[in-house]
Design a protein around this ligand. Structure first.
Ligand code: GA4
Length: 336
């Protein structure tokens, strides 16, 4: 089933999404919750990365006002007239994008701002299309958020290393936090979808189609609007109950390779909501372009073979950006 949008060439598929009322409660039980103020969260972090590739963190100490400020700035940006926002597009891959995701025909009921933050903050030029005052206030909200989210990502990556029993503790974090490491920030706005209003409760419109994240780690925060779903190992999709006070962490493809498949890159997607806007902010942390990606030698004990062929991050990115969202991007790099 599809919904036809304007212009009619833009077709977004309707995902099957029939869920019983208590599905959220069941899903809440599935998503591991890691309390970062607990005495030793590392083992739980590693278990979550192995079993699901996904978990939620609470008591993270992230300053609330920083999130609130970026959320307000993002909402202000997305409420600008379309013609203003379009000046920042098309997203190839960076900039403002509307419904088109990537360059290979993927579509979603989403508008977004994808920013390259490799050098710390978004390159000022990437927001030059905004009037000076809005660019300045969005930029400063972004820099504040980016420095706090980098700290949180770093802490989580260290817990992942500790939990899986490898040393030094910064083995993952230094790859993501080093000079020239590939880092991005994405602001996604999923507007309510009026076309869904009249439809029966069994269908959901694709906001962001199913995919895995190519990077090492993704740190996601959203407002209190539902729609985010993850796939379990058996392919079952479960809705993740929203929680605006927590962060959700995804393992990405590069981390799956570094750990020789112990940590799982989680497949996820977002369904559009018929009546409520969803606003999310995602930090993606990856390696520098020339970094060779292969399983850490400490994890290849007792003659364990690498499940993957070696590749550089630049090679992986090139191949990723030539793929469709739902593709298994690691398939060409798997050893038989
Ligand atoms: C998915 C995760 C991140 O949002 C992203 C996406 C990127 C893009 O939007 O430009 C990609 C997608 C993502 C994976 C496959 C390619 C590239 C769109 C697409 C179809 C920024 C990323 O790093 O990979």
């Amino acid at each position: 089933m599809v919904v036809l949008l304007n212009p009619p060439t833009e077709q977004l598929s309707l995902a099957k999404a029939c869920k019983p009322k208590n599905a959220h409660a069941a899903a809440a039980a599935i998503v591991p919750v890691i309390d970062l103020s607990s005495p030793n969260p590392a083992a739980d972090v590693a278990r979550a990365c192995e079993e699901l590739g996904f978990f939620k963190v609470t008591n993270h100490g992230f300053p609330k006002h920083v999130t609130a400020r970026l959320e307000a700035e993002a909402a202000r940006f997305f409420s600008l007239p379309e013609a203003e926002k379009e000046k920042g597009g098309p997203a190839l891959p960076f900039g403002y994008g509307n419904k088109r995701i990537g360059c290979n025909g993927d579509m979603g009921w989403v508008e977004y701002l994808l920013l390259d933050i490799t050098s710390g903050n978004p390159r000022p030029a990437s927001l030059d299309f905004l009037r000076e005052t809005s660019a300045t206030s969005l930029c400063s909200a972004l820099s504040e958020y980016i420095s706090a989210v980098r700290k949180l990502a770093c802490e989580l990556l260290e817990l992942m290393a500790e939990g899986i029993g490898i040393q030094p503790r910064d083995v993952f974090s230094k790859v993501v936090m080093g000079e020239g490491s590939d880092r991005m920030l994405r602001l996604n706005h999923y507007p309510p979808c009026p076309q869904l209003q009249g439809l029966a409760g069994s269908a959901g419109l694709t906001g962001f189609g199913e995919h895995t994240d190519p990077m090492i780690v993704s740190v996601l925060r959203s407002n209190n609007s539902s729609g985010f779903q993850i796939a379990l190992r058996d392919g079952t999709w479960v809705p993740v109950p929203p929680d605006q006070d927590s962060f959700f962490i995804n393992v990405g493809d590069a981390m799956q390779v570094l750990t020789n498949g112990r940590f799982r890159s989680v497949r996820h997607r977002v369904e559009a909501n018929r009546c409520k806007s969803r606003l999310s902010m995602i930090f993606f942390g990856g390696p520098p372009p020339q970094q060779v990606i292969r399983p850490l030698s400490q994890l290849l004990t007792n003659g364990e073979r690498s499940r993957y062929k070696e590749f550089t991050w630049a090679e992986y990115k090139k191949s990723s950006y030539n793929s469709k969202l739902a593709d298994n991007r690691l398939a060409p790099f798997e050893n038989m």
